[in-house]
Design a protein around this ligand. Structure first.
Ligand SMILES: [Zn+2]
Ligand SMILES: [Zn+2]
Length: 346
């Protein structure tokens, strides 16, 4: 079968690999869509020591079950459309036992530890089934939309960490794909005004199309002043930092109201993750500064619901659809900013 195989930094090949076989406690899935994540692009450009190379990449996949192992748990049947919480938890560590599988100390993600979904077929491991990582979608859900369940689920987790309340003013810093997905999920979960800050005007235009209410280019406008003006001088209820840079993380502290929440969604590169923050607003304003990473199965379930009901506009988020062999074209579209999410179709 054809697969996109990660070999080394800068070396990702479209090649023929043996088709996988379904073990007695596993599922075999015929992949019909796999979205390309920013993480995949990062792995291509900079490498990723966590990938057990050579390995088929891709974690934002969906497909139809074509074989069910005789001992597979979960009640899946041939023909079911499935998606996954793709970082598979062990079910056994202190975090799994607390019900926080995305923080598992033994996380084994698809496309890193297990062969991924940029392939004609993928095997869903026993551990994923046992720990509830496989989620059925409505039968009529388009594959391109289902493939967005994973990135949308990460934003569902983010908004959960933010304790978003209906009507809240949400400030999103950074209008890349995940900033925009956070904005869409915030909207779908009842946010009031959504303010998006981004230095790239093309991204601002896209944010406007996606329904963001206030668009600010902080290189032209004073972000703090604009946010104050939009919030009766109080600051946003929630600020989500989706730009992978220290400056917006530091600034966000001063852009939320008292008892507001700052959520660090984007990670900073290791070695470049130190911040200088004024702790006084955190102390006197009783702020919450939270992180968010990956997602748990329940977030994927919610993501499927939001996508299936069009509460999150999947058709606007999946901007490009290309054959599997066009992975390098996908990377180019992502780097130019033209694509929000490219969905590869095996
Ligand atoms: Zn992803
Ligand atoms: Zn665990």
């Amino acid at each position: 079968m054809q697969a996109v195989v990660y070999h080394a930094p800068g070396d990702i090949r479209v090649e023929d690999v043996p088709s996988p076989t379904c073990g007695p406690a596993e599922l075999l899935v015929q992949v019909d869509a796999c979205a390309v994540c920013g993480t995949d692009l990062k792995s291509f450009r900079h490498g990723n020591p966590r990938i057990k190379a050579p390995l088929p990449m891709g974690h934002e996949f969906t497909g139809l079950v074509v074989e069910v192992g005789t001992n597979a748990v979960g009640g899946f049947a041939v023909g079911d459309r499935v998606v996954m919480a793709t970082s598979i938890s062990c079910g056994d560590c202190g975090y799994c036992r607390r019900g926080w599988p995305n923080l598992c100390v033994n996380l084994a993600p698809m496309g890193f530890s297990f062969p991924g979904g940029m392939a004609e077929q993928v095997v869903i491991p026993e551990l994923a089934l046992r720990n509830g990582h496989v989620i059925r979608t409505p039968a009529d859900m388009p594959a391109e939309h289902a493939a967005l369940a994973e990135p949308v689920s990460c934003a569902v987790n983010s908004l959960e960490q933010c304790q978003l309340a209906p009507g809240d003013t949400v400030l999103v810093l950074g209008g890349g794909p995940m900033g925009l997905i956070n904005a869409c999920v915030a909207r779908s979960l009842g946010a009031g005004k959504i303010i998006l800050s981004e230095i790239n005007d093309d991204r601002l235009a896209r944010a406007e199309q996606l329904g963001c209410d206030v668009l600010i280019n902080p290189q032209r406008d004073d972000l703090a002043k604009r946010v104050a003006a939009e919030t009766d001088g109080l600051g946003a209820d929630v600020a989500i930092v989706a730009a992978p840079a220290a400056a917006p993380q530091e600034q966000a502290i001063s852009l939320v109201r008292k008892r507001g929440t700052v959520c660090l969604f984007a990670s900073l590169p290791s070695g470049k993750s130190m911040l200088q923050v004024d702790s006084r607003p955190i102390h006197y304003g009783e702020l919450r500064v939270v992180g968010t990473s990956d997602s748990a199965p329940r977030h994927v379930e919610k993501a499927v619901e939001l996508l299936a009901t069009s509460a999150v506009p999947a058709a606007q988020l999946a901007t490009h659809s290309l054959p599997l062999a066009s992975i390098h074209e996908a990377f180019t579209l992502m780097e130019s900013g033209e694509a929000l999410r490219v969905v590869l179709k095996p």
